[in-house]
Design a protein around this ligand. Structure first.
Ligand SMILES: C=C(O[C@@H]1C=C(C(=O)O)C=C[C@H]1O)C(=O)O
Length: 376
């Protein structure tokens, strides 16, 4: 009968040796880092790593151990690189481009662009962030809003990035990649649909309800109890509200935001009519300048990795290794390279946080490309 306790004691002895050898190896790789700091040589040396893995595989006696030993040494080398990036960042050898750190994003006198019409949810997000008196204008598309910021016609654009029920707004992610604009803030707007009509509207005499198709779908249960109402969709909810105001027919009602009701002087006939009580959209405030608030808590990046096994896993390992919390990952196809993707990632932390610096450094060194999208 084998003695489990005895076997485990032997394993413990071997592990002690492995740990001490590992630490000795890490000390040597720190010296390599010092050499690299002096000479400007890159941390990752793929050829050396390839040769190392081949050499290590040839050392094993048992064929079955070839794969596990290569796996183990890949991890050891990846960790030695992470340690080296940490040293490089600590020594001030950062690759990060400079940015302007401010106490607050400047709102006074700012010109703001949003997509849609007054009373739409982007409009509500803008008022929420910049205040009721904001100098603003609107454009037909999200791309127009990005363009207005790029050309300096607006200081900031307000763009929806994700909805709690329907998910990411992928077209906006693509625009963040296409334009060199930065995310400087975010705003969460609860999409609260209300029923509105002309002052004194009698619900029992209503014949027609206008809204955006999404608005009608999102209030399905409420509309079930008004089956006799004809449902007519409009380009967006604010246009539906405007229609009620212009048509002056008190048998017509609209489903839109509270802001739209206020803007067109309509009476709110019923609140909270959406099926999903916590329907929220997250908007980002985008600027042409690299200006981030000092107390920013979230870092957004976009990177591309090479198309080979484990490459995404390896890049994400920089986030895990530095103990950071990843709050979002979104993949989007890369134009002109079929079935290759770029990844948009949000992590908790300020870009001056040592752990964030280390992780971004590692991803920067080992990805095909990386761009900082914002810190807010
Ligand atoms: C330690 C070095 O840096 C990196 C890590 C390696 C390792 O841990 O063996 C090997 C090559 C480099 O990618 C080195 O260049 O020797």
């Amino acid at each position: 009968m084998l003695d489990l306790g005895e076997i485990r004691k032997n394993i413990d002895g071997i592990d002690r040796q492995l740990v001490s050898l590992f630490e000795e190896r890490m000390r040597l790789t720190s010296q390599v880092a010092e050499y690299k700091i002096e000479t400007g040589k890159k941390v990752l040396d793929p050829e050396r790593e390839r040769q190392k893995l081949e050499a290590i595989k040839s050392l094993v006696e048992k064929e079955d151990n070839k794969h596990p030993i290569a796996d183990l040494f890949s991890q050891i080398m990846a960790n030695s690189r992470k340690g080296q990036y940490m040293l490089l960042e600590k020594m001030g050898q950062t690759l990060r481009e400079p940015y302007e750190a401010v106490d607050e994003i400047k709102k006074e006198g700012a010109k703001v662009v949003y997509q849609g019409v007054a009373g739409a949810y982007a409009y509500a997000a803008m008022l929420d962030y910049f205040g009721e008196d904001v100098d603003n204008f609107n454009v037909p598309t999200w791309k127009d809003a990005m363009e207005a910021v790029k050309e300096g016609k607006a200081d900031y654009a307000v763009l929806p990035i994700e909805n709690s029920t329907t998910g990411s707004i992928t077209a906006v992610y693509d625009l963040l990649q296409e334009y060199n604009n930065y995310i400087v803030a975010e705003v969460y707007v609860k999409v609260e649909h209300v029923l509105m009509g002309l002052k004194g509207t009698d619900l029992s005499k209503v014949t027609t309800v206008y809204s955006h198709a999404q608005g009608l779908t999102q209030c399905e249960s409420f509309l079930e109890s008004h089956k006799d109402w004809q449902q007519i969709s409009q380009p967006n909810t604010a246009v539906a509200a405007k229609k009620i105001f212009e048509d002056k027919d008190n048998s017509h009602v609209a489903i839109a935001s509270k802001e739209a009701a206020k803007l067109y002087g309509l009476e709110i006939l019923k609140t909270d009519i959406a099926d999903e009580a916590n329907n929220t959209t997250r908007f980002v405030i985008v600027s042409k300048t690299r200006t981030f608030v000092k107390n920013a808590k979230k870092t957004s990046i976009v990177f591309e990795c090479v198309n080979e096994p484990g490459s995404l896993y390896n890049l994400l390992s920089h986030i895990i290794y530095n103990g950071l919390n990843m709050t979002k990952i979104e993949s989007r196809p890369i134009e002109g390279r079929q079935w290759e993707f770029r990844f948009f990632v949000d992590i908790e932390g300020n870009i001056n946080d040592q752990r964030v610096m280390n992780a971004l450094r590692g991803i920067e060194e080992e990805s095909r490309s990386i761009r900082l999208l914002g810190n807010y």
